[in-house]
Structure formats: C-alpha cells, structure tokens
Design a protein around this ligand. Structure first.
Ligand code: ATP
Ligand code: LTN
Length: 334
C-alpha cells in the first residue's frame, strides 16, 4: 500500500469543488501552489462532489466533471505518488461522521456562517444541505487528523468552525480529534480578465473572450491573448494601476517562466505590443499544450481508475476508524 515519505511529518487536506473547467487563473493562483506543497506535506486532496450538490446540479455533467477534474489535477502536476487524491462521495464515512458532528453543532453557530447567509440570500429556494455544508467540511477535515487546511480567506470561517466542533467534542467525550489550523494561502498572483483587466479572470465572467480555460483549443487561446486589452502607450512596463492589461500579461509570463519582471521589461524594450502578445501566447500555449496532452492520456487510461481505487481504500480505512471511535465515544451501538 502507498505510503507517504517518512521524512515529511505534517499533513494537509484540500477539498476542491468539481466545477468542470479550470481557468489559467485557477492554475496559476491555486494549482501551482498545491504542486509546490506536495513536497512539503503529506497531502490529501479530494473532489468535494457532495459539497457541489448543495446547489442544484445537472447529474450527467456533474458525473463527467468529477473524473475530469481528477485528471486535470494530475495533468497539472499533482503527483499521485506524493498525494492521496480521491473523490469525497466514494468515501461514505465522510457523511457518516458529518451526521455525528451535526448532532454536536449548535444551530446558532451554524447560522452565523457568512457563506450560508450569502448564498441563501441569493436564492428563494435552497436546501438543508446548504446550511449543514460546513459540518460536512468539518467531517472531511477531522476524519484525517491533519495539521493544516490550506484555504482562501472565504473558507477560513469554516475551518474555525471545524476547530470549535473538534475542541468541544474532545472536551465532552475525550480526546478524539486533532485540532487543525487554517493555512491561509496567499493567493498566488491574481490573474486578471484579458478583456477587462480590472476584474479577476473568472469562470462566471460575462465575456468569455477574457477567460482562458486549460482545455481551450490552443488556437482559441492564442486569439484571446492576441486580442487582450492593453493601452495606447506602446510601452512594456509593469504598472498594474495605469497599465493593467500589460501588467497582467507580464504576470502570466512571470508565473509560467519564473523570469523576473525586469527581465521581461528589458527583453521587450522598444518592441511593440503585437510582438509581446505573440511571446505571451507562445508561453501559455506551450504550457497548456503539455497539460492537455497529459490530460487526454490520463482521462483515457485505466491508470486514473487504479489511482482512485487504491486511494479510496486508504481513505475509507482512515475515516472508518475515526467514525468507529466517534460511535464508541458517543455511546452508539457497535
Ligand atoms: P469563479 O471563476 O466563478 O470566480 P473561481 O475560479 O474563483 O470561481 P474558486 O473555487 O473560487 O473558483 O477558486 C479556486 C482557487 O483558484 C482559489 O484558490 C482561487 O484563489 C484561485 N483563483 C481563481 N481565480 C483566480 C485568478 N483569476 N487568479 C488567481 N487565482 C485564482
Ligand atoms: N468548501 C470548500 C471545499 C471543501 C473543503 C473541504 C476545503 C470541502 N471540504 C475540506 C478544505 C477542507 C470550497 O468550496 N472551496
């Protein structure tokens, strides 16, 4: 059975929602960081498909997106030998643990979750799962006794809730859970929309010409970059406030090549925007083309299923042990 590198002692757990597509912003801002962290931590990564269904989903596309996202993560550099990547709903102990935790979570505390308030206020009809979502997240985290939970600032309150739930449970029933810390990831470079460089590159953008998807056709990517909004100065200089378009393209180059801003400015001194955009397009399409090649190899191979099968065995065993311990502590029949 697969084991983590013995020299690595601290562990992390990351849940990602299966949105189906990932953007160049997700890749640079989040996935590349995860790839760096896999050498430092024992790392559990899972597709939070049970969190996804807290809002209505089309079953056929959800199903496709889950497997596709695992393949995308692997193609982007998540190494199956260094991470335990799995699908949340394949491990029924998450939901089982969640129920026991729900019975130990004050209603009032859950009502204060700002994400719930935010999401429920946007919909007239919403389901109970949207309300109990943070308890399932606590179950995901507490099942594995991890040290850190890397999250963006928007999920920090949920990790704090998980800590509260764990502390209360330990106090009431005796030592059961490790108390995890939120590891607030400084978002890597924020990649901006190519058409509207004052806004973050986002899947939900009104104008899709400003958003690069990792599975976009390479010609389409080239076109999007060549028509990126710039300015009329014809000067390749990093100045996010006055030259957001050019600065965004520079950021993309820095993130993908490791070059320094000054180096890029120097290389393109006196050159025009067309030449610079061609250079950026070449860097982006080269990187994305190799990701796509790996993605299509992985998605069409049985290796993906083998990895998932092996990992679900490992995580079921861990989560089952935690569930059984909780049952015992709470006096349930076992
Ligand atoms: P949407 O596209 O609907 O705004 P999203 O792509 O931001 O959603 P999230 O699930 O919120 O999706 O983000 C996943 C991760 O990707 C987060 O860590 C977030 O910081 C990062 N991320 C998303 N967009 C960008 C971006 N444009 N630049 C850098 N990082 C990004
Ligand atoms: N709610 C998170 C996804 C998520 C998660 C988790 C993250 C579900 N369970 C456990 C960290 C730990 C989101 O929407 N980004």
């Amino acid at each position: 059975m697969k084991e983590f590198d013995q020299k690595i002692t601290k562990s992390i757990l990351t849940g990602v929602q299966p949105s189906g597509v990932i953007t160049l912003g997700n890749y640079i801002g989040a996935i590349k960081q995860m790839v760096r962290m896999q050498d430092e931590f024992k790392s559990y990564i899972f597709i939070a498909d049970m969190h996804a269904i807290t809002i209505p989903q089309d079953p056929a596309s959800l199903h496709k997106n889950i497997r596709s996202l695992v393949a995308l993560y692997l193609a982007c550099g998540i190494d199956p030998n260094k991470n335990i990547i799995f699908i949340q709903s394949e491990n029924e102990y998450h939901a089982n643990i969640s129920w026991l935790l729900e019975c130990n979570t004050p209603f009032g505390e859950l009502s204060r979750m700002t994400q719930f308030k935010d999401k429920s206020s946007k919909n007239v009809n919403f389901y109970a799962g949207l309300f109990t979502y943070p308890v399932l997240m606590a179950a995901d985290i507490l099942a594995y006794d991890v040290d850190y939970v890397p999250v963006g600032i928007d999920q920090k309150q949920h990790v704090e809730l998980a800590r509260n739930i764990a502390e209360r449970f330990n106090k009431k029933y005796g030592e059961t859970f490790k108390i995890p810390d939120a590891y607030i990831t400084k978002s890597g470079t924020k990649i901006m929309d190519l058409v509207n460089p004052d806004k973050k590159m986002s899947k939900s953008s009104a104008n899709q010409k400003g958003v690069i998807y990792i599975l976009d056709d390479l010609k389409v990517i080239q076109k999007k970059i060549m028509s990126a909004t710039t300015d009329s100065e014809c000067l390749i200089k990093y100045d996010p406030e006055n030259k957001p378009g050019i600065s965004n393209l520079i950021n993309i180059c820095v993130a993908l090549t490791g070059k320094k801003v000054e180096e890029i400015e120097r290389d393109f001194a006196g050159k025009n925007y067309g030449e610079f955009k061609k250079y950026v397009a070449n860097i982006v399409t080269t990187e994305i083309s190799s990701i796509q090649k790996r993605y299509y190899d992985i998605i069409n191979s049985s290796t993906l299923d083998k990895i998932l099968d092996e990992n679900i065995k490992i995580t079921r065993e861990i989560a089952k042990n935690k569930f059984m311990l909780m049952k015992e502590k709470m006096g349930l029949y076992k």
